[in-house]
Design a protein around this ligand. Structure first.
Ligand code: HEM
Ligand code: HEM
Length: 203
């Protein structure tokens, strides 16, 4: 028998655009966090060192990728519903979230990881918060970039509203990345989910 269906053993509910944008965004964020550890940012006198330049331009790339991921989430026909990522405005979604928090809390008290359920409300709500957090970092960085480029402000971040937001949220990005990537890895090792559900470039 002849079949035209491509043979693939990849089982994923995430479409290819989601997986590609997620990978690009994750790499950009890791670059942002690593550069932020050692870079010397700009001040009134100088424009910042080479690590800051990497931070700047990979940050602008992250801004484009985050925007692309939001557009993909809005238009895709396969993947997590927007309402699952942002459940905060629906009574039905909030009720499901409450029930799922209970399931996670009960499992947590027994030091167990709840079964990986792609429809679960809590993980999706946290993924949505993570993406909002990254979007706020990207937007505040981009606003700073534009303000400096237009000459509306010196490159010194002190005293700028956008940078106050940027610096205040920075540690949450570490927390999100460590918790999110750590749980993904744990699920993979416990064989309750495969990393390739997100980390694959197959069609
Ligand atoms: C998603 C994208 C981004 C993430 C996750 C991110 C993350 C960070 C982190 C973790 C810090 C260090 C905060 C601290 O020291 O407490 C930082 C500082 C900074 N970022 Fe970003 N950033 C992003 C995008 C951008 C963009 C697009 C720009 C625009 C040029 C930018 C400009 C800056 C500046 C000026 C600082 C302060 C540098 C200094 O300490 O003088 N960031 N960012
Ligand atoms: C800060 C960087 C990251 C951000 C902003 C981020 C964001 C997201 C978001 C929004 C989703 C949900 C996508 C959807 O359902 O449509 C997701 C899923 C996922 N992420 Fe990340 N992610 C990041 C880094 C990582 C890293 C480093 C890993 C790997 C270790 C990872 C592994 C996964 C996996 C496996 C899923 C799928 C979970 C499932 O289908 O149940 N992510 N991520």
């Amino acid at each position: 028998m002849h079949s035209t269906t491509p043979v693939t053993n990849l089982q994923t509910r995430h479409n290819r655009a989601t997986r590609l944008l997620h990978a690009g965004l994750a790499l950009a964020i890791v670059t942002q966090l690593l550069t932020s550890l050692q870079m010397h940012g700009p001040d009134d006198v100088q424009a910042g060192d080479i690590l800051f330049q990497v931070h700047r331009y990979s940050g602008l790339a992250a801004t484009v990728l985050a925007f692309g991921l939001w557009v993909t989430i809005l238009v895709r026909s396969r993947g997590t519903d927007l309402g699952a990522l942002i459940p905060w405005f629906s009574g039905r979604r909030l009720a499901a979230l409450g029930r799922d928090i209970k399931v996670h809390a009960e499992a947590g008290l027994k030091l167990r990881l709840p079964e990986h359920d792609p429809q679960a409300a809590l993980p999706s709500a946290i993924h949505g918060l993570g993406l909002l957090l990254i979007s706020a970092m990207a937007a505040s960085g981009a606003i700073y970039f534009v303000q400096v480029a237009l000459g509306l402000h010196s490159a010194e971040p002190d005293g700028m509203i956008a940078m106050t937001v940027h610096l205040a949220l920075a540690n949450l990005v570490w927390a999100y990345l460590i918790a999110h990537a750590g749980l993904a890895l744990l699920h993979h090792l416990l064989q309750s989910m495969r990393l390739s559900t997100m980390w694959s470039f197959a069609r």
